[in-house]
Design a protein around this ligand. Structure first.
Ligand code: NAP
Length: 497
């Protein structure tokens, strides 16, 4: 494919060098306008091989592997500083590529910088452990990097998800090869530039865009890759897990969701309706934790639904950089078409579309991949629209009659990422929270995130945890040491302990 006339394709990063000489390019279409943004150099299997070897060599050097934690923390803090300095650039990369509204893009940069600061503080303070001896020795547990981590990210929130991975992986002392989603490669590339400028040794962090279907296997199966950290859809996650399993390397998987958002009749209904609206429509529904299945106790079902409809109608769907825009387009035209197909399928399954169910009529948005906030009702939890992840602004609302009925329906899904409960009864909140099969439970709130709290899913929503102190340990392997304090050998099976 040729390049856009007069515009050089965006290069990527291997070993501190900017790679421009590639046989093909990714052509970037702005989902808000349908116009070509730019082209990005696409890596090949040979680039993956070079990136992994480079990461291995750089991460093995004493300069990085032996770097004292407080020095590593200084670099991570510097990355955070540079992210804030270049926040407009990073936010713009994301906005142009996936159409997220400007405010959300900027906030993701700020939160991403906070993730680097958290990891800096954590790595400077996380210690090794002395374990209780059962003989005349000192035994201790130390934590070491895996070596080369393959980090593979999706297109919905590339800044946040890339920071979650690379901040923890670098804090833990690994080398990294980042493969960003083809729809959203440039914020990852700019984060690579920032890491270099902040003093990460060249080669420790490499960024290679390219179609996952072409270079994904080469990355995951490369003999020098010792860990995979993947965020994306469940099907690709399953394949990566199989490949990693054959190599006996860990694969942390952050996958899809179809999260139940539950409103009991005794809840603060106004706050619950506010939250239910944000939970599904923020980010145009392209959030793994979107509260996409709404369960409302039957006696307040109509009342709550009309409150949510009122709020959804007031949402401003607009160009991502328009002041006050709340929902941008879908991240791609293919994604918008998929959303449309799912809603059409729901219509044919006999559901009622309460609001939305179409593209906006505003002629300014006609060339973009826009779709209106949509609320579907009259379906059961068994229907396709209630079971399949849509990743769009589509809320599927269903009534429930009692707690047992609710828990049965809420857990009747292959996914188990997030959930929300609204009730004034704290004992019920506790019972339901413990019964839900989900990695995250929000009680009288929704979509609260903290870089200090572990994040991940149950069931087909994933394996392993990112964020929090556990999230740093995810990127380390455990080594146990025994140091004898005796002058004679007193180990072996013949000694009773
Ligand atoms: P995807 O199709 O699974 O792609 C994710 C990443 O995997 C992309 O970089 C993609 O590259 C790459 N990839 C594709 N095929 C591959 C292969 N065979 N080997 C290795 N890598 C491969 O997911 P998506 O459509 O980008 O993202 C949406 C999904 O992500 C949703 O299911 C959403 O729920 C999930 N998600 C989960 C979380 C979480 O934390 N649990 C957060 C955000 C999103 P290309 O772009 O080149 O295809």
């Amino acid at each position: 494919m040729s390049t856009v006339a007069g515009v050089k394709p965006v290069p990527f990063l291997i070993g501190g060098q900017w790679i421009q000489d590639t046989p093909s390019y990714i052509t970037h279409v702005n989902p808000a306008t349908g116009e070509v943004n730019y082209q990005v150099c696409a890596g090949t299997e040979a680039h993956i091989d070079a990136a992994v070897k480079t990461a291995h060599a750089a991460a093995s050097k004493a300069e990085w592997r032996g770097m004292l934690p407080h020095k590593r923390a200084e670099i991570l803090n510097k990355i955070a500083d540079l992210m804030i300095e270049r926040s407009d650039l990073l936010a713009r990369c994301q906005m142009l590529e996936n159409g997220k509204v400007w405010k959300e893009c900027k906030n993701q940069v700020i939160n991403g910088a906070a993730t680097f600061r958290y990891c800096a503080a954590a790595i400077e303070t996380l210690g090794s452990e002395i374990t209780p001896p059962r003989g005349n020795y000192l035994s201790m547990t130390v934590y070491e990097p895996w070596g080369v981590v393959a980090a593979i990210t999706p297109w919905n929130s590339p800044i946040t998800l890339t920071c979650n991975k690379i901040a923890a992986a670098l804090a833990a002392g690994n080398g990294v090869v980042l493969k960003p989603a083809s729809y959203t490669p440039t914020s990852g590339i700019e984060l690579g530039r920032i890491a270099l400028d902040a003093g990460v040794p060249p080669g420790v962090l490499n960024v290679v865009p390219g179609a996952g279907s072409k270079i994904g296997d080469a990355l995951v199966t490369h003999p020098l890759v010792r860990m995979v950290s993947f965020t994306g859809g469940t099907e690709v996650g399953r394949r990566i897990s199989e490949l990693a399993g054959r190599k006996v390397i860990p694969a942390v998987l952050e996958l899809g969701g179809k999260s139940p958002h539950i409103i009991f009749a005794d809840a603060n209904l106004k706050a619950a309706a506010d939250a239910a609206t944000v939970a599904i429509f923020e980010g145009t529904g392209q959030s793994c934790t979107a509260g996409s299945r709404l369960f409302v106790e039957r006696k307040v079902y109509d009342e709550v639904l009309s409150m949510i409809m009122e709020r959804a109608r007031a949402l401003r769907v607009d160009l991502p950089d328009a002041p006050g825009a709340q929902l941008g387009p879908s991240a791609s035209f293919a994604q918008r078409d998929f959303v449309e197909k799912m809603v059409e399928g729901a219509r044919q399954e006999g559901s009622e579309i309460l609001i939305g169910g179409s593209r906006p009529s505003d002629p300014r948005l006609a060339k973009g991949a826009f779709y209106l906030p949509t609320i579907v009702t009259g379906v059961t939890n068994k229907s396709t629209i209630a079971q399949q992840e849509i990743f769009g602004p589509v809320l599927c609302a269903m009534p429930f009659d009692n707690e047992d009925d609710l828990i049965q329906q809420a857990n009747d899904t292959t996914f188990g990422l997030a959930s929300g409960i609204w009730t004034a009864d704290y004992k019920r909140a506790w019972r339901v929270a413990r019964a839900l099969e989900a990695g995250m439970v929000w009680i009288n709130t929704y979509k609260q995130f903290s870089t200090a709290a572990p994040f991940g899913g149950f069931k087909d929503s994933g394996l392993g945890r990112e964020k929090g102190l556990q999230g740093i340990r995810t990127y380390q392997q455990v080594k146990t040491m025994f140091w004898s304090m005796s002058d004679t050998f007193d180990g072996g099976f013949s000694i009773a302990k």
